[in-house]
Design a protein around this ligand. Structure first.
Ligand code: PMP
Length: 445
């Protein structure tokens, strides 16, 4: 019996034993194509020699030094690298070990910024339904995945949620994409006015929605309007690029494609590419300067802040991505992946929507294409697809629909940036087989 407290207590898992490139190997020697990079983490695939060499070099030098005594070259160099390539106005980096912690840091620095400015009534965060921002209590408070929140609801910070920008289900037939984008963005302004602008701290959103909906980019113009609304009311904009950032959508930051910059941004998964547990908050000069001019203290720190091994590892990952121009491959193979998905599933009876960017694609499965009605969640179609795919040597990241029918089951594809054309084709073929087999098994006999 395993003594690991897995999320699913009664489930057993194969043991991962090794991996090279796009492939993970289990203890029985079976190979699995890693088409979701874990949970959109792996960007260089497994066992990249240059990353391993950088890790060895750092561990030979220094594994750890507490930041109340020292800074380190590894952390300083990674911070310089990130700020040189960050969205406009970014000045400082706070390193942590996960995406949830990066979000916690954003929430706390946003609040602290207003305390420093004497605007102490600003305590409210506004975020979106069907979002995921992490699993710790603060991150859960702004998150919109109800099943994660439910047991803890009474102990969360009060959340204020508006609609997601989810065109497939939200746009009315009489609206253009642009009109829809403005309509849902304007919900933010209405919520700010309802709460009172002097009480609102920040708006938090994933630039491209990941775990809850499966790679849903905003409709054109949405984030520009959001930025304007935040500025009009002195509200900070926190972008969560934990999943969608660090090259996943074909540009280093997903917000580059929206033509806006946030005040605070959370990054994680692709930062270390799975080679080290590392996340970060990027903070703008405007925010940091207010703290510098004020108390000069951000009262938030953790034991493993700026861990040298994690930082050296992430720097190596980022340098390889740049040296090998892998974002060009993300754009090239991402276009092929989209084309193959549309060929295979565009007319599929049970595929309602195919959406995404770069190496970040979602396929939403529905019982009825014309009404967009999801399958009954009791069928656990997502779990069947995951299982059927794994039996075919394919790792994908499927998620269930919501019980209230506001989203269907979906599959998230997020392959490493090193993928080649033949592997793109294999992924789509195996996914097609797995989906058809799962649908057949879910149908009443
Ligand atoms: N934000 C987003 C958008 C995420 O996708 C995730 C992880 N799925 C998190 C935050 C939390 O990251 P972690 O699991 O590393 O705490």
């Amino acid at each position: 019996m395993s003594h690991i407290l897995h999320r699913m207590l009664s489930k057993t898992y194969p043991t991962a034993a090794g991996g090279e490139g796009m492939v993970l190997r289990d203890r029985d020697g079976r190979e699995h194509i890693d088409a979701s990079g874990g949970a959109a983490v792996s960007c260089l695939g497994h066992g990249h020699p240059d990353v391993l060499a950088a890790m060895h070099a750092q561990i030979d030098k220094l594994a750890y030094a507490h930041t109340s005594f020292f800074t380190t070259d590894a952390a300083e160099e990674l911070a310089d690298h990130l700020i040189a390539r960050a969205p406009a106005g970014m000045e400082s980096v706070y390193f942590c070990s996960s995406g949830s912690e990066a979000i916690e840091a954003c929430l706390k620095l946003a609040r602290h910024y207003f305390v420093e400015k004497g605007e102490t009534r600003r305590v409210n965060f506004i975020s979106r339904r069907q979002s995921y921002h992490g699993i710790t209590l603060g991150a859960l408070s702004v998150g919109g995945r109800m099943k994660d929140r439910a047991p803890f609801e009474q102990m969360l910070m009060q959340g204020h949620h508006i609609s997601p920008c989810y065109e497939y289900r939200g746009r009315r037939a009489d609206e253009t994409s642009e009109e829809y984008a403005l309509r849902v963005a304007d919900e933010l302004e209405a919520k700010i006015l309802e709460l009172g602008p002097e009480t609102v701290c920040a708006f938090v959103a994933e630039t491209v929605v990941g775990a809850t909906l499966g790679a849903v980019p905003a409709a054109p113009g949405y984030f520009k309007r959001i930025r304007e609304i935040c500025d009009r009311h002195g509200v900070l904009l926190i972008l969560d690029e934990v999943m969608s950032g660090m090259g996943r959508t074909g540009t280093l930051h997903a917000c580059e494609q929206e033509g806006i910059a946030p005040d605070l941004m959370a990054i994680a998964k692709g930062l270390g590419g799975g080679y080290a547990p590392i996340g970060a908050m990027l903070a703008s000069k405007r925010v940091v300067e207010a703290v510098r001019q004020g108390s000069g203290v951000f009262p938030h720190s953790q034991t493993y802040v700026g861990h040298p091994l994690a930082c050296a590892t992430a720097l190596a990952v980022q340098q390889v991505i740049e040296r090998d121009d892998l974002l060009a491959n993300v754009r090239r193979q991402g276009a092929r992946l989209e084309q193959r998905l549309r060929e295979r599933f565009g007319n599929h009876h049970h595929v309602g929507d195919i959406r995404g960017r770069g190496h970040f694609w979602g396929v939403e499965i529905v019982a009825d294409r014309s009404t967009k009605m999801p399958f009954d969640p009791a069928l656990k179609l997502n779990a069947r697809i995951k299982q059927a795919a794994q039996e075919r040597g394919l790792l994908i990241y499927p998620m269930g629909g919501t019980a209230d029918g506001t989203a269907g089951d979906h599959v998230l594809l997020a392959p490493p940036f090193i993928i080649d054309a033949a592997t793109v084709d294999t992924i789509v073929e195996r996914l097609g087989d797995a989906l058809d087999a799962s649908l057949a098994s879910a149908r009443p006999a």
